[in-house]
Design a binder for this molecule. Structure first.
Ligand SMILES: C[S@@+](CC[C@H](N)C(=O)[O-])C[C@H]1O[C@@H](n2cnc3c(N)ncnc32)[C@H](O)[C@@H]1O
Length: 378
């Protein structure tokens, strides 16, 4: 390839041939990226991961067509869908034999294992609710996509309240409002939140032993159905654990088994006293002002630093990752911006919130996937 650096203007240097071709491919990729999301949605809707699992973990296209009861004429189209999903890491593929014309055999990659019901039954990653299909279906729903299509309009309007998300501007009510925009969407989003709560709890506890070791009591604030609290008590039987959540959530929580207490309440008004308060995937759903109010309640609930008082936060700290993890963090931040009034924060933004809530110090303890564990001290 020849290389050209002819200046177009003092500020603008024309791209090399290579750069031009890369730019064109990148433009295709960025403009059509949503089709990867939609292909994944299609795979979940058709039940492809579960079908492959039931076929013994690998399947040819004809076997999939039969298992999914699809018209045989759709086989060449299914091949194209699978090709994209293999290339984006959702499925794996290999040839079924040495012959060049041998059928491709599709298998489950780690990502698609999490889209199968019961894939991990009895294994050590079985945290009770590993299927993440609801997350895929909620994130690719018409309501989410319509909210994202309203982003430019939302930026230009100053007649919508500053805290109202594009989702609220487009659909007339916030996500998960008590008068739901759409009952099925509420069900999916609630299921997605529960499944995210369950996913990888065991791993997270193994990675953060020193955060929980020696604690006598803990409140899991916004602890949902108590999955994390029950896992914490299993791993650290000496901790007395309480789950605080809204009455409508606690009402559906498993009956207290003696290991974990459930308290229905509002974290903006009162958090039961404990040596530590856990806020796992909670603060990223709230504005800075609301985070300060929640943390101020946490501070009232815990003893001094000398007595072991601390708030344990698990959330994204933007800027601590690179590559795929960074992309995941930034996409999650955009999702928070489009669907909620929450956000992902960098370390400086976290520090300001901690200071404004009256805390004296904090420490980023470790990074687990796209999220960090932060200890905040009174
Ligand atoms: C994103 S979920 C996180 C759940 C869980 N901590 C996890 O790790 O997945 C946020 C939780 O905060 C709860 N919540 C929202 N507003 C609350 C409030 N005012 N008081 C207590 N809990 C609240 C929700 O019901 C929900 O269970």
């Amino acid at each position: 390839m020849s290389s050209s650096t002819t200046p177009i203007s003092p500020q603008l240097v024309s791209p090399t041939d290579d750069e031009l071709l890369q730019a064109q491919a990148n433009l295709w990729r960025h403009s059509l990226y949503y089709l990867t999301s939609m292909a994944l949605r299609c795979a979940v809707k058709l039940g492809i991961p579960t079908a492959i699992h039931r076929l013994g973990g690998n399947a040819t296209l004809p076997a999939l067509i039969t298992a999914l009861s699809l018209p045989p004429a759709k086989l060449p189209f299914l091949r194209r869908l699978m090709r994209l999903l293999v290339s984006s890491g959702v499925f794996t593929t290999e040839r079924g034999g040495a012959a060049a014309e041998a059928e491709a055999v599709y298998g489950l990659a780690p990502l698609s294992l999490f889209l199968v019901d019961g894939a991990f039954t009895g294994s050590e990653v079985d945290d009770g609710h590993t299927n993440q299909s609801a997350f895929v279906l909620a994130a690719t729903s018409a309501h989410y996509v319509e909210a994202a299509l309203g982003l430019d309009d939302w930026f230009m309007k100053d007649n919508v309240p500053a805290a109202a998300s594009p989702f609220e501007a487009v659909h007339g009510a916030p996500l998960l409002h008590e008068t739901p925009v759409d009952a099925e969407l509420n069900r999916l989003v609630s299921e997605a939140l529960v499944s995210q709560n369950h996913m990888g709890i065991g791993l997270a506890l193994r990675e953060s032993r020193r955060v929980f070791e020696g604690l006598e009591s803990l409140v899991d604030c916004g602890g949902g159905d108590g999955a994390a609290a029950r896992a914490i008590v299993r791993a650290f039987p000496g901790i007395k654990c309480t789950v605080l959540d809204l009455p409508q959530v606690i009402g559906t929580a498993p009956v207290a088994d003696g290991a974990v207490d459930y308290v229905a309440g509002d974290m903006f008004s009162y958090i039961p006293p404990a040596q530590a308060v856990l806020l796992k995937y909670v603060l990223s759903h709230w504005s800075d002002d609301d985070c300060v109010k929640i943390l101020a309640q946490c501070k009232k609930a815990i003893p001094s630093r000398e007595a072991g008082g601390k708030v344990i936060i698990k959330d994204v700290v933007v800027g601590t990752s690179s590559g795929l993890m960074l992309e995941a963090e930034l996409l999650m931040d955009m999702a928070m911006m489009v669907m909620t009034s929450g956000r992902e924060r960098d370390e400086q933004e976290w520090r300001e919130i901690f200071t404004n809530a009256g805390f004296s110090d904090y420490k980023i303890m470790n990074k687990i996937g796209a999220r960090c564990v932060i200890e905040v001290y009174p």
